[in-house]
Ligand binder design. Sequence first.
Ligand SMILES: [Zn+2]
Length: 87
Amino acid sequence: MSYARFGPNSSVYVFRTFDGRTLVCQLCKLELLDQPDFETTNAEGMLSHLAAHVDAGHQVPERAIQRLAHQALVDALFRGAPARLSH
Ligand SMILES: [Zn+2]
């Protein structure tokens, strides 16, 4: 599942890995060439990473930020909830 793909309106390619655990900013323009991907296990971490992209003048689709913000909210609601409620 991808949140953003490279294109005229996007300088970032952000997706969730198949196991659902990791969010990746692939070929990240903020990372070093020998380690070109940024990875985090939570939506808040990716949101702050995308904010750094915006600060650097990169294009980040508003839709990607909205979807990650929603995911961060859901994550926060489930944090601390009984294990049977989490997926
Ligand atoms: Zn990045």
